[in-house]
Unconditional design. Structure first.
Lengths: 144, 785
């Protein structure tokens, strides 16, 4: 069962458009609708479409690491985002710190964003792990 | 010199941790020798503190506290800690050198060395911790390291079982200990160990003082293999010999003794404490001595004599007077010397002859002269012959009991028999193995490489030197420890020669009886072995039965709950929801109906879409149609969120719904598109009733929620605080990543774990495709479709 030609051809668009949108959604999340969770879902959607269009192996190549590795990286990033607070006196774990460096415009940087990136990676990892495992079950079922 | 103190206390731990990590990561050619250097550095850091400690001082360094959790943290080195720290690092260094020879051709040597190093570090931490929580963490770390070390030969079922047994017994004791320590620190108002000891009155006056003490004793007893928990120790002999020599003779099993001694100033005048320790100590010593006579495997014999020694130590702490503590501390060091040496000798014999059966071996003297020397020196100390330090210790033990007067008659009788048995075993380990006619081996054995001989010979010589210079040994090491354990200075001088008195007569009688036991050894062992009742009703059998019951119980629960029928799971889910909602409403009298004007809202027209979607699911001919109809329900819900001003939730709902439809469609493509409904009419009506019940329950619950007034405090607070304290205008996201970040962390961890589980479940390993399709759960699932 080969995917239709149009789908195969537009696969890169189906992959990268959601991923770029997801990054935008991730970054703006603190002030407008969005955030790591929604961003992660969008990006995972892109990977799902790409996997349907070009097959699970191609999707794995895009991910580079295995989906569960992305889950682990995400949780570790989120865990690590709480650590800098421990260096500040009297702050509890996961108290987020903020910097506002001025490079022409004021950039709001924070460990909260790092935390959200962790959520983002975990969601991408989980959804693609579920989907790829299901799709590959199909494939191995045919070959067996 | 605060810097030097900090270095001496924290340095050994840091070196242990760094060493373990470096060894694990780097390709080091001689890992055991490198670990030995780490242990020696630790020893070199502790030794300069000896003069300060001998003068009665104690050193403190801040370490690992957490004020927000109420943990004080900190390390302290005093007389008692120093004895243990020196034994752990000193014997540790020798054990690593021994392991270098013993495991020279083992490709997994590095793993063993890394775990041994972790273990050593944990032990050093446990004996220097000045905080009960810190102590507990290190205590459990030793149990974990021991699990991996005992189970080192993980291909062997016996080793795996022994590792699990040691972990379960000491681990459950550890839980009791944790409870006890927490109770004590609540009573004292601090987790600091020295703080607890100085708040003695408050701790003893607390309502939970006795349960706390009993729980702590329980934890110490499991760790130090006291009756009835002694059985895990001989089984742990499945570990490689360097591990047995280190963990199961000199260090880990003494950790319980350490804590009993450490807390002795707190409890020493409590009758219950004295009674329990004395009774179980004697019982353990006698049990160990009797069971040692049932074994011929060298390592198991040694394990049971270790049980005996641990019992003796517990008893000595239990009998209150000052002398017994001096006896305990002396015996502690003496035992560590000779027992570690004898374990290493047992390993050498095993290595060279291929057997550890004491009954068949003999006459090894000619082929292994140096091993013979080490074994005999250690065994003489074990038997308590002068001028070895074992003699000093044994005399003290007798003296301590005689001091008690006539009430101690049974104690003296007990230790008389136990000591005689120890003499006999020492004879078996020296005379029987090495002298007489050569037997029990085929190719000629010879002395092992220097690395393996260094440990036993050095330790045996220490025993001789300490016996020759008892006063110096006592002043430098024993007295400061006794002062700590008693809470006041010791007044006993260690002596080799006490003159002709009752104690010497007892010693002589012990020797004579010991020789008799030795001569009868060949006849006693088969007879005791013949007593099968000891196997059938012992605590070891009890452990097996308990474990089997737990397993059977788990299987029953699993097969009942995890029956494999998807429809069954969904039915259970809905029934639980129905019962929970309706039950709560009935119990709390919560049935209520909201004012109907809230239902007059044009936006609710979207709800009609949900109704249409739900009906479409029911009448759908194919599963794909049903999934699409479900999607309609989901999108309509998202629209409702959007229209009520929750763009974030709506956004998420849209994304989730899209992905769900894609994933479900992919999964359903594996199934036939059109399938007949195989349910009977009755099953259909049951399902209908369950579905209607669930719907009704949720509807009633929602009605009750709408009818009760809304408490806006939290939403107002979040709304007001979002920008000033978290620099974000999107309250939903601020709650997720900042205000309730710990919750989110938990949630993404659950996501990750779920992903791991799904990948593991769906992975079809190529080598067992038949197995996968034959598993009962899958078969049932097929049948129920």
């Amino acid at each position: 069962m080969n995917p239709p030609l149009i789908l195969r051809t537009s696969a890169p668009l189906l992959l990268w458009l959601p991923i770029f949108v997801s990054l935008y959604v991730l970054v703006r999340g603190h002030n407008d609708p969005g955030g790591g969770f929604i961003g992660g879902l969008l990006a995972a959607g892109g990977i799902l479409f790409f996997s349907i269009a070009r097959g699970p192996d191609a999707a794995r190549r895009v991910l580079r690491l295995s989906p569960v590795s992305w889950c682990a990286i995400g949780v570790l990033v989120a865990l690590a985002s709480g650590l800098p607070a421990l260096l500040a006196p009297g702050q509890a774990y996961l108290t987020h710190l903020w910097w506002f460096p001025n490079v022409g415009v004021t950039l709001p940087l924070s460990t909260a964003l790092v935390f959200d990136v962790g959520v983002y990676f975990t969601v991408i990892g989980t959804v693609s792990a579920l989907f790829l495992a299901l799709v590959e079950l199909d494939k191995s079922g045919e070959s067996a | 010199m605060p810097g030097l103190t900090t270095l001496a206390l924290i340095g050994p731990l840091m070196i242990g941790v760094a060493g373990a990590i470096l060894l694990a990561l780097l390709p080091i050619r001689r890992p055991a020798m490198a670990a030995s250097v780490a242990a020696l550095i630790g020893l070199a850091l502790y030794l300069p503190m000896l003069p300060v400690i001998s003068a009665g001082g104690s050193l403190f360094a801040a370490f690992w506290g957490s004020t927000s959790l109420g943990i004080v943290g900190g390390l302290r080195l005093d007389g008692l800690s120093l004895i243990f720290a020196l034994l752990i690092s000193g014997i540790g260094a020798l054990i690593f050198i021994y392991a270098h020879g013993y495991l020279s051709d083992d490709p997994r040597q590095k793993r063993l060395v890394v775990f041994l190093l972790v273990f050593m570090t944990a032990m050093l931490g446990a004996v220097t911790a000045d905080d009960v929580i810190l102590l507990f963490v290190f205590w459990e770390l030793t149990s974990l390291a021991s699990f991996f070390l005992v189970g080192y030969k993980h291909e062997s079922l016996k080793a795996r079982k022994a590792a699990l047994q040691a972990l379960l017994v000491t681990g459950s004791g550890g839980l009791a200990l944790l409870a006890g320590l927490i109770l004590v620190s609540i009573a004292a108002g601090t987790t600091s160990l020295s703080g607890i000891l100085s708040a003695r009155e408050a701790v003893l006056a607390h309502a939970a003082a006795t349960p706390a003490m009993l729980l702590i004793i329980l934890g110490c007893f499991t760790k130090s293999a006291q009756v009835p928990f002694h059985f895990w120790l001989p089984n742990a002999m499945a570990a490689p010999t360097p591990v047995s020599a280190y963990l199961h003779s000199a260090t880990m099993v003494k950790l319980g003794i350490y804590l009993l001694a450490r807390l002795n100033p707190l409890y020493q005048n409590e009758v219950l404490w004295q009674g329990i320790l004395t009774f179980f100590g004697v019982a353990t010593a006698v049990t160990g001595a009797v069971l040692a006579f049932r074994e011929t495997d060298l390592k198991r014999v040694l394990a049971y004599t270790t049980v005996t020694a641990l019992g003796t130590l517990t008893m000595l702490i239990g009998i209150a007077p000052a002398l017994s503590i001096t006896a305990a501390m002396t015996f502690l060091v003496v035992h560590a010397f000779y027992k570690a040496a004898l374990f290493m000798v047992a390993g050498i014999i095993d290595h060279e002859t291929g057997t550890r059966d004491a009954a068949s071996l003999g006459g090894l003297r000619r082929s292994m002269p140096l091993t013979t020397l080490a074994a005999c020196l250690a065994a003489f100390s074990m038997a308590g012959l002068p001028p070895f330090v074992g003699f000093v210790a044994k005399e003290l033990i007798y003296e301590a009991k005689l001091e008690l007067g006539q009430t101690a008659a049974f104690l003296i009788l007990g230790s008389f028999l136990v000591n005689a048995a120890t003499v006999a075993i020492a004879g078996v380990l020296s005379w029987r193995l090495f002298f007489g006619e050569a037997r029990g081996f085929t190719q000629a054995p010879h002395d092992p490489p220097k690395a393996m001989l260094a440990g036993p010979i050095l330790l045996a010589i220490f025993g001789l030197v300490a016996g020759g210079l008892p006063t110096a040994f006592g002043n430098a090491l024993i007295d400061p420890a006794v002062t700590v354990v008693l809470g006041r200075p010791a007044e006993v001088t260690l002596k080799l020669w006490h003159g002709f008195n009752l104690v010497l007569a007892l010693s002589a009688a012990t020797m004579a009886l010991g020789v008799l036991f030795y001569l009868a050894w060949g006849r006693i062992v088969p007879r005791l072995r013949g007593l099968e009742a000891m196997d059938r009703y012992g605590p070891s059998a009890g452990y097996e039965r308990l474990l089997a019951q737990v397993m059977a119980g788990a299987e029953t629960v699993t097969t009942t709950i995890q029956h494999g029928s998807l429809r069954g799971y969904i039915r259970t889910l809905f029934l639980v929801i129905t019962t929970a909602c309706i039950g709560t409403l009935i119990i709390r009298g919560g049935f209520a109906w909201p004012r109907l004007d809230v239902l007059v809202d044009p936006r609710l027209g979207i709800a009609l879409l949900i109704v249409v979607g739900a009906i479409a699911v029911m009448v759908a001919r194919t599963s794909i149609q049903a999934v699409l109809a479900m999607g309609l329900v989901g999108f309509a819900t998202a629209l409702i969120f959007l229209s009520f001003g929750a763009p974030d939730v709506a956004f998420t709902q849209f994304a989730v719904e899209t992905l769900l439809v894609v994933i479900l469609a992919t999964a359903l493509m594996r199934l036939p598109l059109r399938r007949r409904d195989l349910r009977t009419g009755r099953e259909k009506s049951v399902d209908l009733a369950v579905a209607l019940g669930g719907g009704l329950a949720v509807a009633l619950m929602l009605a009750a929620v709408l009818a009760s007034p809304f408490d806006p405090r939290l939403s107002l607070w979040f709304g007001a605080e979002s920008v000033p304290s978290a620099h974000g205008r999107n309250v939903v996201n601020v709650i997720l990543v900042d205000f309730r970040a710990l919750d989110t962390l938990g949630e993404i961890t659950v996501l990750a774990v779920a992903a791991f589980a799904v990948v593991a479940l769906l992975r079809r390993t190529p080598e067992t495709p038949e197995k996968a399709s034959q598993s009962p759960n899958l078969a049932k699932a097929e049948g129920s479709r």
